[in-house]
Every structure is written in structure tokens, then in C-alpha cells.
Design a protein around this ligand. Structure first.
Ligand SMILES: Nc1ncnc2c1ncn2[C@@H]1O[C@H](COP(=O)(O)OP(=O)(O)OP(=O)(O)O)[C@@H](O)[C@H]1O
Length: 404
């Protein structure tokens, strides 16, 4: 099952603002993979399918769209199917069933020649372990994709130099990968991917092997490059903070399924179920939710002369403004007044954070005790938490589609 964020339009297949359309994608590893889909087993859990057929369900009936220019993050725990999913997008792994459309073209229908063209010209991948050629100089590594395309040497070196400068490695053109730190090698990986000017960048946990500080630098680098280049990107990570920082939208995977697709605010502010709520319970809402999330009409008699802010301002920055003014903040976008956010609104959003944390903890505990007591009913059930989340903030529905 795939879940769309509340208020999100049903995607139009091949719509012009969509780069990837993934429809009912399955990947089942094992010899009897075809014996699962379309049978009763299709809905069984992974363990039962494994027991009865020997097959592993890695991706289960996943559908989503990646919008042109957005960074679409796929997040989930180890084994949830992220790597398999991103490899199915390029058919590095052959899907068992379902469709992947790139600009409306069904890549499942592409013959070997067409597939090679698509991979060379339309997509580029950045891997966790860099994938650099150890005996080649940095400039040759960066120019590699252009060389494969047959670009003349002066042109490809010029382009490679440009990309090396862009990722801040000017001066290292003649070094070998082994002479560079992990973070620098990943910059080379990034430059190599960008050199071919791909339509789509695919990142498979590119920063997982890096030290935390270098990892943060690289995340900032990606944010900066995205601001400049607006490349459509699919980014795989198991790190929620990374997902929140980089993602215009985040898809959360569990056991091969998508459990929620939404903006960072939607995922944190209105988690789809107890699993997502548990994932996001450590995130300080004030650093993710923005004024847009809480914006509302003025109350009768309320002051309307408060300080102004933009809808994208995080609540952590709205708070000091409210502390300094007794009037609610006016939320203004491009000269248009969207509405107001007052002290109570922000307090309620913060209090909900505490309530949801407690409810999520209770639900997880409840699930565990249910398992132990073989199905005994527990009031703190998953749906209880989902209900809490569904209520969202006072202005919850105003945010649907924001940040996309
Ligand atoms: N080639 C394969 N053959 C059999 N099973 C596989 C294969 N590749 C992956 N799997 C299984 O498919 C499931 C999903 O794996 P996948 O690597 O896609 O998850 P992931 O979320 O990317 O995990 P990680 O973050 O650890 O890489 C896992 O149960 C894994 O064991």
C-alpha cells in the first residue's frame, strides 16, 4: 500500500511537472517471485511469504511521484527496501512487477541500448562507497561519464574543472582518490555525477560512511547545490535529520512499503501512524514546523498590527518575535497577508509534541505487550496515535503540499 499525504492531488501519469512516476512497484527476491503477486500471499507479511515460498519481499506495491526539481528523500531502517527501490528506478535491479516512468517513458519497456542511453544521459548516481577509479586522477574520475559519452578531451576536461571548482576541490585535479579524505572523495563523487548534467541525481546513502562533521558539511553542500541547480533528486538515507534537512518531501518505508509521503512538516507534524510518530518523536517540532503550519484567520477583536514574518520561518524563530510583542505575528508571503500566528498557537504546537511523544511511547509499549499477551487489547493502540496525529495543528491543512 502506498500512502499519499493528506490534501495531495492524485498524480497525473506523465504530468509535465513529474520526473519519475512509480506505479505498483514490487521487487521480490527468490526463484518463486512470480508465485506471490496476484495470490492470497500478496497481502501476507514478509515472514510468512519467506516461510512459504523462500522469497524475500524487498519492495511491496509502492507508488509515488518525484516532482521535477524536488529532492525526494526515501527514509527507513536497514532492510526496509530503500536500496532495492532506488536500483529499480534505473533497473540496476529488475522489478518483479509495476511501472517506472521517466518523463512518461516506461523504462521497463526500454531495450538494452535505450536503457544504456537513459543511464548515461538522464541519470547519475552517487554511492556510499564513492565508486571512484583508484588509479585515475581526480579530473579523469570526474570526466569519466563524459569520456564514455565520447566527448573530446579538451571539452570534458573543461567541464570537469568547472565541476571540481563547484564542489570546492579546485587544486586537486591531479591527485588520486587515495590521497583525499572520505569527505573529499564524496565531493569527487558528486562532481562526477553533476558533470554529465543529468536530469536526475540518485543518491544511495552517500554520506553514511562519513564522520558526523564532514557529513554535515556534505549535507550543506547538497542543499547549496540544489538551490543553485534545482536538479531532480532521489536521496536514500536512514537518518531522519538528514531527511528533514534535504528533503522537499520524504517517503518513509517500512518492510518494503511506503507508510507516509509528505513534506518534513507533514511527517513531523502529522505522522501517519505510530511507526512514523516513533521515528519523529525526538525531533524538536519548533525546528521543523513553520509559521505556514499554524497560520489562521484573526480572532474577533484581536490586534492585527504585530510583527511580520514569512510563512517559511520555523517556530523557533517565531517564538522570540512573539515574546517581544503582545500581538500575533502576521504571516506575509510576497506582499500578501496569509494570516496570523499567536502565542497560544505555538504553545499548543509544542504541547502536542509532548503529548504525541507520550502517546507514541505508549502505543509502541502497547504493541509490545499485545504481542506478549497474544492480542490483548490495549487502549494506547496505533490508531489512537494516528487519530492524535490526524488532528494536526490548528492550521494543519493549510500546509498540504508546502515545501514541494
Ligand atoms: N540480492 C538480494 N537477494 C535477496 N535478498 C535481498 C537482496 N538484496 C536485498 N535483499 C533483501 O531485501 C530486503 C531489502 O533490502 P535493501 O537493501 O533494499 O534494504 P535497505 O533499506 O536499503 O537496507 P540498508 O539500509 O541496510 O541498505 C532485505 O530483507 C534484504 O535482505
Amino acid at each position: 500500500m502506498s500512502t499519499r499525504a493528506e490534501g495531495e492531488a492524485v498524480p497525473q501519469e506523465g504530468a509535465s511537472d513529474t520526473t519519475f512516476s512509480v506505479r505498483h512497484l514490487w521487487k521480490i527476491f527468490g526463484r518463486n517471485a512470480d508465485s506471490v503477486i496476484g495470490t492470497d500471499l500478496e497481502h501476507a507479511d514478509r515472514d510468512r511469504i519467506k516461510d512459504e515460498t523462500g522469497c524475500t519481499v524487498a519492495v511491496r506495491d509502492v507508488s509515488f511521484d518525484v516532482r521535477t526539481g524536488e529532492t525526494f528523500v526515501v527514509m527507513g531502517l536497514s532492510g526496509s527496501g530503500k536500496s532495492t527501490l532506488i536500483r529499480c528506478l534505473t533497473r540496476l535491479i529488475e522489478p518483479t512487477s509495476g511501472q517506472v516512468l521517466l518523463d512518461g517513458e516506461d523504462i521497463g519497456e526500454a531495450g538494452p541500448q535505450r536503457l544504456r542511453e537513459l543511464r548515461r544521459h538522464r541519470m547519475a548516481m552517487v554511492f556510499q562507497h564513492f565508486g571512484l577509479l583508484p588509479n585515475r586522477r581526480i579530473i579523469d574520475n570526474v570526466a569519466y561519464g563524459l569520456e564514455v559519452r565520447g566527448m573530446p578531451r579538451p571539452d570534458r576536461y573543461a567541464r570537469a574543472r568547472e565541476m571540481i571548482d563547484m564542489v570546492g576541490l579546485g587544486g586537486y585535479e591531479n591527485s588520486r582518490p587515495g590521497e583525499l579524505s572520505g569527505g573529499m572523495q564524496q565531493r569527487v563523487g558528486l562532481a562526477r555525477a553533476l558533470a554529465v548534467d543529468p536530469q536526475v541525481l540518485l543518491f544511495d546513502e552517500p554520506f553514511s560512511a562519513l564522520d558526523p562533521l564532514i557529513r554535515r558539511d556534505m549535507q550543506n553542500e547538497v542543499v547549496r547545490l540544489q538551490r543553485e541547480l534545482h536538479k531532480t533528486s532521489v536521496f536514500i538515507t536512514h537518518d531522519l535529520q538528514e531527511a528533514l534537512k534535504l528533503g522537499d518531501r520524504i517517503a518513509i518505508m517500512r518492510d518494503g512499503e511506503l507508510v507516509q509521503v509528505g513534506t518534513p512538516e507533514e511527517v513531523v507534524g502529522r505522522p501517519a501512524d505510530a511507526y512514523v510518530a516513533d521515528f519523529t518523536s525526538d525531533v524538536a517540532r519548533t525546528t521543523v514546523l513553520t509559521a505556514r503550519w499554524l497560520v489562521r484567520e484573526p480572532f474577533p477583536g484581536e490586534r492585527t498590527d504585530g510583527p511580520t514574518t514569512e510563512p517559511g520561518t520555523v517556530l523557533a524563530e517565531v517564538l522570540p518575535m512573539l515574546a517581544a510583542s503582545t500581538a500575533p505575528v502576521r504571516v506575509v508571503e510576497g506582499g500578501t497577508l496569509l494570516g496570523y500566528v499567536g502565542r497560544d498557537d505555538v504553545l499548543r504546537a509544542i504541547a502536542e509534541d509532548q503529548l504525541e511523544n507520550a502517546a507514541a511511547a505508549a502505543a509502541i509499549e502497547g504493541e509490545t505487550s499485545e504481542e506478549l499477551s497474544d492480542g490483548a487489547t490495549d487502549p494506547a493502540s496505533a490508531s489512537h496515535v494516528a487519530d492524535l496525529g490526524d488532528d494536526g495543528g490548528p492550521g494543519g491543512s493549510a500546509t498540504a503540499g508546502s515545501g514541494g
